[in-house]
Design a protein around this ligand. Structure first.
Ligand code: SAM
Ligand code: SF4
Length: 336
């Protein structure tokens, strides 16, 4: 469908919802210390949406005015039929869907890059917190940095536009961030830094991981000239241009600068649970709607319900009193 969508999704704070982050699996081949514990319990497969259900869901959202979809997880590339889903959704580009992207840890990107491009993908976001092999193994609990770097190189060679995301971690990659940014810009990749969020139990104290990005920016300014860039992708990042590297750098700062006023996004887990806010427990069960006798009608109702309960803002807190809310939900469920 093209043109004006049927009853666009608008929440009770008059924010138009146009961006869906769709998780296709809760499974992952890494165990990033800020994301999940080593002994993570994954969901039984039957609870996860099928390829057809994921497609129907995404199509339903496009009909209601969603123009941008990011496929995420868990690690989306561990799902065997992922390229089929990208191909099917790729056909919706120009038919209501304007942008289709994927967030990946890149461990399997070298194997999939060409197929993803053929399926219609043009951009990937790769999560990479360090270029130091030992630190990578410590942070992800897997010795996979060479594979990840191969994956990034393969993506670039296939013509995918690569954007890197790095979580800023106190006492871990803190000192290395300028080198990581310099390397990425040298490769032609934009970088976005993210403040750690208190999602799920991860065996480490959240406050021990938390590095405010105001501090990082001040330190970067001792070395480089940063100029604010008005560019916005409709997302929570604020951008600067780094004069010396010629690259662009984003900051996602849920704690130091709230970004909820212009939130345009919703998240759906691999089991079809719609979370209208990453930082809240509000939820609508889309899988029940999809598996009901009248999926179209039930989905429409579920979408409307989600618009009613989307909160005005998140209530994450990270300060000397501790990390709040310590949501039981891991980032690998809602996909970041
Ligand atoms: N596995 C893929 C990856 O790592 O890119 C996609 C899913 S992962 C959950 C999406 C993003 O969430 C990654 O960039 C990761 O660094 C970030 N992330 C995970 N846990 C986080 C947390 N507690 N706080 C902030 N970012 C987190
Ligand atoms: Fe896996 Fe991504 Fe979570 Fe790391 S951040 S454990 S790669 S889902």
């Amino acid at each position: 469908m093209s043109g004006e969508p049927r009853a666009p999704l608008v929440d009770s704070f008059r924010r138009r919802i146009s961006y869906l982050r769709l998780s296709v699996t809760d499974r992952c081949d890494l165990r990033c210390t800020y994301c999940m514990p080593e002994r993570m319990t994954f969901l039984p497969k039957r609870e996860v949406l099928t390829l057809e259900e994921l497609y129907d869901l995404a199509s339903g959202f496009i009909d209601r005015g969603v123009t941008k979809i990011r496929i995420t997880g868990g690690e989306p590339l561990v799902r065997r039929d992922i390229v089929d889903l990208i191909r099917a959704l790729g056909r919706k580009l120009g038919e209501g869907l304007e942008e289709l992207t994927l967030t990946t840890n890149a461990t399997q990107l070298a194997d999939h890059a060409d197929a993803l491009v053929r399926a219609g993908l043009r951009r990937v976001n790769v999560s990479l917190d360090t270029l130091d092999r030992e630190l990578f193994a410590k942070l992800t609990r897997r010795d996979a940095l060479p594979r990840v770097l191969d994956g990034i190189a393969a993506a670039k060679a296939s013509g995918l536009k690569v954007k890197l995301n790095a979580v800023a971690l106190k006492g871990a990659n803190e000192e290395e961030l300028p080198d990581l940014i310099g390397w990425a810009h040298g490769q032609g990749h934009e970088v976005t830094l993210i403040e750690v969020m208190p999602l799920g139990d991860v065996e480490e104290e959240r406050l021990d991981q938390y590095l405010p990005l105001d501090t990082v920016r001040t330190r970067l300014e001792e070395r480089w000239t940063l100029t604010d860039n008005a560019a916005s992708t409709g997302g929570p990042a604020r951008y600067v241009d780094v004069e010396e590297t010629g690259g662009r750098l984003g900051f996602i700062t849920p704690h130091t600068h709230n970004f909820c006023d212009w939130c345009n996004r919703i998240r759906v887990t691999a089991t079809g649970q719609l979370y209208p806010c990453l930082g809240g427990g509000e939820r609508v069960d889309l899988r029940a709607a999809l598996r009901s006798d009248d999926p179209q009608e039930q989905l429409a109702r579920a979408f409307d319900q989600a618009m009613l309960i989307k909160p005005e803002r998140h209530h994450f807190r990270m300060d000397e009193r501790g990390a709040d809310p310590a949501l039981v939900r891991h980032m690998s469920m809602t996909g970041g």
